[in-house]
Design a protein around this ligand. Structure first.
Ligand code: SAH
Length: 349
């Protein structure tokens, strides 16, 4: 079992043990936890009712890590905001705040970089730098709530990185985020997106049946999926669909498939037919995403009429389908492109 020693990644039990090890009274743990996860403080001296000597002793052993805003882009069209954050070691990550009628949704990164290698994705171009700590996932949400003064109600783990490649930290983050001593966000308001690490899908369905799962499918068969996503060489489509079945059976909930439409690659009518056959009978929702062109790759976005035709075929087969609304189009830089652009500009790439 992984464990983290930075103070914002520690759960109440670990924090209590640390407080006692420092020779302090147990109730200090509860106070400190509240400052960190409800009042969302940025530095130790903000813990007003904790004596300086006490917090210093604990912070010496358990540093306070978080994220620091370095850039922010706000869309004039829909108010979507993209944040570039710096980590304590200089790594850069990105997060997005989207405003919907049903509430504010934050999309967070789970890793600095990614090692999954999906061909159309900018996040993976520079490889994986490192896993994020639970505190660094949480603080993306906390920092956005602090900066905007707006309550965040929904979380999607769809930023840079593969969350199931940083599984224990993801689980810890979910537990702390949904804890009543933290922001107390409902598990049903959390969505985790994976490129399809099959064993982890089973584990996740068992541990967090209320959390929504999205699987990045992007192709209707093995041959095509292997061309777009190296992970498809590790897990065949059949195994992936069995895992999806398991999630639906186990949780009684609908699963989401993401399907990025790439011009002339996976956007033809026969692909829509194959996809329909693949998911037939499964309680699912398909989210079609017009691919965001990445300058290092030659993939292009499908034309409008192809997107519509694709959608209509799925509808004809009574499959629930939506085309993802592009948020913050004017601040572009979707899917890891902000981070990469920043690294190039600052000579940090
Ligand atoms: N690693 C996870 C989550 C991060 S990516 C996963 O693979 O699901 C979030 C979604 O954006 C995934 O479906 C991913 O395939 C998709 N994506 C990545 N780059 C994209 C691009 N250039 N255009 C459209 N979708 C993209």
């Amino acid at each position: 079992m992984e464990s983290w020693t930075d103070i914002r990644s520690m759960n109440m039990e670990e924090l209590t043990a640390a407080v006692e090890a420092a020779g302090e009274k147990k109730f200090r743990a509860k106070q400190i936890y509240g400052w960190l996860h409800q009042k969302l403080i940025r530095s130790g001296d903000e813990m007003k009712n904790v004596p300086a000597a006490c917090r210093e002793k604990i912070l010496r052993e358990h540093p306070l890590y978080g994220v620091t805003e370095v850039e922010r882009y706000v869309s004039k069209i829909d108010g979507t905001s993209k944040f570039l954050f710096e980590l304590y070691d200089g790594n850069i990550i990105e997060s997005v705040l989207m405003k919907y009628k049903h509430g504010n949704s934050v999309c967070i990164s789970s890793q600095a970089g990614c090692r999954m290698g999906c061909r159309f994705c900018a996040s993976t171009l520079l490889g994986l730098s490192r896993n994020l700590y639970p505190s660094e996932m949480l603080d993306q949400i906390y920092a956005i709530q602090r900066a905007t003064g707006e309550r965040v109600s929904h979380i999607v783990v769809m930023g840079t990185g593969e969350p199931f490649d940083n599984f224990e930290a993801l689980c810890r983050m979910i537990e702390m985020l949904t804890d009543e001593q933290g922001l107390h966000i409902s598990r049903r308001n959390i969505t985790v997106s994976t490129c399809g690490l099959v064993p982890k899908i089973y584990e996740f369905a068992d541990r967090y049946p209320q959390v929504t799962l999205a699987i990045s499918l992007h192709a209707p068969n093995d041959v095509m999926r292997r061309e777009l996503m190296p992970v498809a060489n590790r897990y065949a489509m059949k195994e992936l669909m069995e895992a999806a079945d398991y999630y639906v059976e186990k949780t009684g909930r609908r699963i989401t498939f993401e399907y990025s439409l790439v011009k002339d690659v996976n956007d033809q009518k026969e692909h829509a037919e194959m996809l329909s056959a693949l998911v037939k009978g499964l309680n699912c929702h398909i989210n079609l995403i017009p691919v965001n062109p990445v300058k290092e790759r030659e993939y292009r976005q499908s034309e409008q009429n192809h997107i519509q035709a694709f959608q209509h075929i799925l509808e004809k087969h009574h499959i629930q389908v939506t085309v993802r609304r592009e948020m913050g189009r004017d601040i572009s830089a979707a899917c890891g492109q902000l981070r990469k652009g920043y690294k190039e500009r600052s000579g940090n790439g």
